[in-house]
Design a protein around this ligand. Structure first.
Ligand SMILES: C[S@@+](CC[C@H](N)C(=O)[O-])C[C@H]1O[C@@H](n2cnc3c(N)ncnc32)[C@H](O)[C@@H]1O
Length: 267
């Protein structure tokens, strides 16, 4: 009987025709949905039950379970936490290996890590820096900065090798030359919110903190929020997008150098 009702037939037709769109949207926003699920529901329940934030729970777990002074053990303990306990938005597995390969190739002396979070990517980079290399890592939230700094120290790095900066990204960028005496960065990891990528890149350039040869690795740069950033670096002949892998874009600042045909990397 229902199949003879025109209204039901219309609704069914529309529902079926919208299915591919819904599937595409689910696929496109799957990372955001996973994040929402963990952040909004399970995370809050756990915060309530333990009286600690997720990052404080991770901090305690790493302090207890890692071998202090051994960066790889600290990194593995982070990864174990993510695999067994709670989702964290950090570089792991494929992305981490790609980050390692870029750092090893660039061999940077001065590094900027935008979006320290709990210090995972900072430790990952620090363990590959040449002697005398220094990493500056920026995170506006002071409680996260405290956790990250302790994690980096637990991994065995000395204060002379790194600086965790607790300030807005804008303020940090304006102070690198005057206060931290940074000339230019050889390598920049962009893992703050994607909507900031373009403005932070422009601010870094305006402040004279990037030079020909500076390599920028931008995470989640294929998403909608980073579209403007990606259009800019693709169109501007001063940049070369060199490798793409798993949502990561490796970009080299050439200045007025010559742009060569782009190469595809692993992944
Ligand atoms: C994806 S996490 C960085 C993860 C880190 N790179 C790692 O792998 O260990 C990004 C961090 O930057 C912070 N962040 C991003 N955009 C921000 C903004 N506009 N203001 C304040 N904090 C921001 C987030 O709160 C989070 O702590």
């Amino acid at each position: 009987l229902l199949s003879h009702c025109p209204a039901v037939m219309w609704v069914s037709t529309i529902a079926v025709s919208l299915l591919p769109l819904c599937a595409a949207l689910l696929l496109w926003y799957r990372d955001a949905l996973v994040r929402f699920y963990w952040d909004a529901i399970l995370g809050k329940v756990r915060n309530y039950l333990t009286g600690r934030s997720r990052e404080e729970r991770l901090h305690k777990y790493v302090l207890i379970n890692s071998r202090h002074g051994q960066p790889d053990s600290v990194l593995q303990t982070f990864e174990h936490w993510v695999a067994e306990w709670e989702f964290l938005h950090i570089f792991t597995e494929k992305k981490g290996q790609f980050l390692d390969s870029v750092v090893q190739r660039v061999c940077p002396s001065t590094v900027l890590d935008l979006g320290t979070y709990c210090g995972y990517s900072a430790i990952r980079i620090l363990r590959l820096l040449p002697p005398g290399g220094r990493l500056y890592s920026v995170i506006p939230d002071p409680s996260l900065a405290g956790i990250a700094e302790e994690m980096i120290l637990v991994a065995g790095f000395q204060p002379a090798q790194f600086q965790v900066i607790t300030s807005s990204f804008d303020e940090a960028i304006t102070r690198f030359k005057s206060y931290y005496k940074v000339k230019t960065f050889d390598f920049i990891l962009m893992d703050q919110s994607e909507g900031r990528y373009l403005q932070d890149l422009q601010a870094l350039k305006k402040a004279g903190l990037i030079a020909p040869g500076t390599v920028i690795l931008a995470n989640h740069s294929s998403g909608l929020a980073a579209r403007e950033f990606l259009c800019e670096v693709r169109q501007d002949l001063q940049y070369q997008v060199r490798y793409k892998s798993d949502g990561l874009q490796e970009i080299e600042y050439l200045g007025n150098g010559i742009r060569v045909v782009s190469r595809r990397g692993p992944g």
